[in-house]
Each structure stands twice: as structure tokens, then as C-alpha cells.
Design a protein around this ligand. Structure first.
Ligand code: URA
Length: 235
């Protein structure tokens, strides 16, 4: 982004007011005065007016296509985390994943530093649905569909809310699952009770927002504000 646009947004100024500040030498980028209004800055740049660091947006919201083998955490001593995949671009943000995927699972992880938003979309009373594509080690049956609809009781006795299981029309081992709650290893445990093993699990949507199919595993991009709003919607 151009420096004058960044300064205008951060300080609520017009572009020409921002340019005037810049040409007067009032703005620094990474500690050095920059007087060129068209200098380019990124999220990683520290733009300041005097001692005050300017921040363009209060919070960031990132859609990541999590690859296999990466853990859903901010930091980990052994494994690469979802935050490690983006952190070079956001050195001053305290990002975390809003909802977890298992290390072996892939797909849509939302990264943000907005704790209230994350809390809201994860709150059980909000029932923000999560959609997954699953690959089983046995064909999907009508009994499984029925059991998901009724609500499965896990091996530890806890009863899950009804969930949707939609068998694929092309492959008997594949199905779509829609959950309205988030319990540790939930899908694997639900199928486990029914005698089926999960060989692949990929999250394709959170609320009404689908994972961008252009994002390859490990790739990410920021959400627009319209996309952020879609997360809070049903499918
Ligand atoms: N259910 C699981 O078992 N694993 C996931 O990663 C997500 C849902």
C-alpha cells in the first residue's frame, strides 16, 4: 500500500492532508523519515508519527488453507504452527487460530487478533456451522446419516448435537459433514462410535464463508469485511 493512503487511513485524514504530513518529514517508516508519499509500505512496516506507531486496522482476519502436519496453535516447540505460516507479514500482531483443526486435518483456519470476534464465532450458543469433507475407510451408510441426525453419544458418554452427514454422489467413501459445535477430535470420535475410521478431513467453510479454492495448502489471504461478516452467517 502507498504510504499516503496508509497514513490517511490510520489518522482519518484526506490523502492531501496525509501527503502534507509526509512531505514535512513527520512520518517515519522503520525508524527513518520518509518524505515520498508514494513509498510503499506493508503490514510488516512500522509507520510512525513521532513516537506514535500508526496502525491501519484495529484487527486482522486471515483465511489460511492449513496443510497437513501443521498444528493449530500460536507457538509450538516442535511443530510448525498455523501462525508461523503468516507471522513474518504480521510481526506486531498477536495472532491465534479461531478454532482448531487436528494436525492431520487440512483446510480453512481463521487467524485473527480479535479475541471478541473469535469468542463470538466459537460460542456454542451461536452455532456457527463448520463444514468438512471427509474420507472414510468404509462406505458411508444410511444408518450413519441417521445417527448423525439424531445426535451421536461419544465413547465418554457425552451427547453431541445433531449434525449433517451428506454422502457424496460420486464416491461411497466420501461425505460432507456439517457440525454446529466444536469438540476435540469430534468428527473422528463420532465416526469411531459408528465403527468407521477417518482417513482424510478437510474444512471447506466456516459459517457462510467457503475456503477460497485458489488458496493452495499453506497459502493465505486477508478477508474483506464482507467475507468477515459471512462467517457469522449460517451456510
Ligand atoms: N473433527 C476432528 O476430528 N478433527 C478436526 O480436525 C476437526 C473436526
Amino acid at each position: 500500500m502507498r504510504l499516503d493512503k496508509f497514513v490517511a487511513q490510520a489518522l482519518g485524514l484526506t490523502r492531501s492532508e496525509a501527503r502534507a504530513l509526509i512531505t514535512k518529514g513527520k512520518i517515519t517508516v522503520d525508524g527513518a523519515v520518509v518524505k515520498k508519499a508514494d513509498a510503499s509500505v506493508s503490514e510488516a512496516s512500522a509507520v510512525a508519527q513521532g513516537e506514535t506507531l500508526l496502525s491501519r486496522e484495529e484487527f486482522v482476519y486471515i483465511m489460511l488453507n492449513k496443510p497437513e502436519g501443521v498444528v493449530s496453535a500460536s507457538e509450538d516447540r516442535r511443530d510448525v504452527t498455523v501462525v508461523d505460516l503468516v507471522k513474518d507479514d504480521f510481526p506486531r500482531r498477536e495472532l491465534f487460530p479461531a478454532g482448531r483443526l487436528d494436525k492431520t486435518s487440512t483446510g480453512f483456519v481463521l487467524l485473527t487478533d480479535d479475541g471478541a470476534f473469535a469468542h463470538d464465532i466459537l460460542a456454542p450458543r451461536r452455532h456457527v456451522p463448520k463444514t468438512y469433507q471427509v474420507l472414510l475407510d468404509t462406505p458411508v451408510t444410511q444408518e450413519m446419516v441417521q445417527a448423525f441426525q439424531e445426535g451421536i453419544t461419544l465413547a465418554d458418554g457425552s451427547r453431541m448435537q445433531p449434525a449433517e452427514l451428506l454422502p457424496s454422489e460420486e464416491d461411497p467413501f466420501r461425505a460432507e459433514v456439517v457440525l454446529h459445535q466444536g469438540v476435540y477430535h469430534q468428527i473422528k470420535r463420532m465416526f469411531g462410535v459408528l465403527g468407521a475410521g477417518v482417513n482424510g478431513l478437510h474444512r471447506t467453510a466456516i459459517g457462510g464463508l467457503a475456503l477460497d479454492p485458489k488458496l493452495q495448502p499453506g497459502q493465505w489471504r486477508r478477508l474483506t469485511s464482507e467475507e468477515k461478516a459471512k462467517i457469522q452467517l449460517q451456510k
